[in-house]
Design a protein around this ligand. Structure first.
Ligand SMILES: [Zn+2]
Ligand SMILES: [Zn+2]
Length: 291
């Protein structure tokens, strides 16, 4: 039976808000409100405390993103008969895992390239800069995006959902896996053992350290779930020596600027990085012509 746009919007907004509140709120309670948590003491990524201004902005923007996500998919899929939750037969659990992995790989690829593009100096100030107001992100920053940025981040799912018969249960599982990894990347502590960074299989998983470095340095570690595209494209920052050693690491920083100043600094940092790249490129071309 077709499901109306409004019913679907209510369900999807509840789903997106619910997964955000439970996972980001849970991570915040466990790592930052539980004062004697030994993990937070030994494996935090930055010394700077979250200001109430940061937390308020991250929560409000994230709730706006969650509502936008739910409304968008309700408009796209409202009035249609829902896909079966699972397809019986075939390979059962194996099929489920294969679909889930495919969706994660496609999203990771789309995210890497759209994220990298959003850092272009002509675009950064207009949307993605808002996410980088959090230079020391808390778990609540997981969905803290400008609405335009949020829209770009879900558009990929529409052609994929229309072209392939992906069961609804896979999309549901994906929604929770994606949020879990996203919160992990912003939780401010590194939970992975140090050996994972150089492990032949587990080293392909993106880490909180890697994403934390992205918030600090902007031009590195654009990936979401995996390190594949960062490694292939030379944008991976080796972080084992910094974040995986926790609070004693040399890379731990104090950031005392106000959020607006941080974003301006971030935009300036980006300009400087890109100007340096332009110079390097020009010097390379001149050297080439001189030969
Ligand atoms: Zn982030
Ligand atoms: Zn970014």
């Amino acid at each position: 039976m077709p499901i109306s746009v409004f019913t679907l919007a209510a369900l999807l907004i509840a789903l997106h808000v619910g997964r955000y509140v439970v996972m980001a709120g849970g991570a915040y309670l466990v790592f930052w409100k539980w004062k004697s948590n030994p993990v937070t003491k030994t494996r935090r990524l930055q010394h700077a405390a979250f200001t109430s201004e940061d937390l308020r902005r991250e929560v409000l923007l994230s709730l706006l993103t969650a509502v936008l996500f739910g409304s968008f998919f309700a408009v796209v899929y409202g009035g249609q008969t829902p896909r079966p939750l699972v397809y019986s037969g075939l390979w059962g659990a194996l099929e489920f895992c294969a679909w889930l992995l495919l969706v994660l790989v496609v999203h990771d690829t789309f995210f890497y390239w759209s994220h990298r593009l959003s850092h272009h100096r002509a675009l950064f100030r207009h949307a993605h800069r808002v996410h980088h107001l959090s230079r020391n992100p808390s778990p609540f920053a997981a969905l803290a995006f400008h609405p335009l940025d949020a829209f770009v981040q879900i558009i990929w799912a529409v052609p994929l959902g229309m072209l392939l018969p992906i069961p609804s249960s896979v999309w549901l599982a994906f929604a929770f896996v994606a949020m879990f990894i996203n919160v992990l990347g912003h939780c401010g502590v590194e939970l992975y053992p140090r050996s994972w960074a150089t492990h032949p299989v587990l080293g392909w998983l993106n880490s909180a350290s890697a994403h934390d470095q992205h918030h600090l340095k902007l031009e590195r570690n654009f990936g979401l779930y995996f390190t594949f595209w960062d490694r292939v494209c030379g944008t991976a920052e080796r972080v084992a020596s910094v974040a995986l050693e926790g609070a004693t690491a040399s890379g731990v920083v104090e950031l005392l600027h106000r959020p607006e100043e941080r974003a301006e600094n971030a935009a300036d940092d980006l300009d400087q990085h890109q100007r340096r790249d332009d110079h390097r490129h020009r010097d390379g071309e001149e050297a080439h012509r001189a030969q």
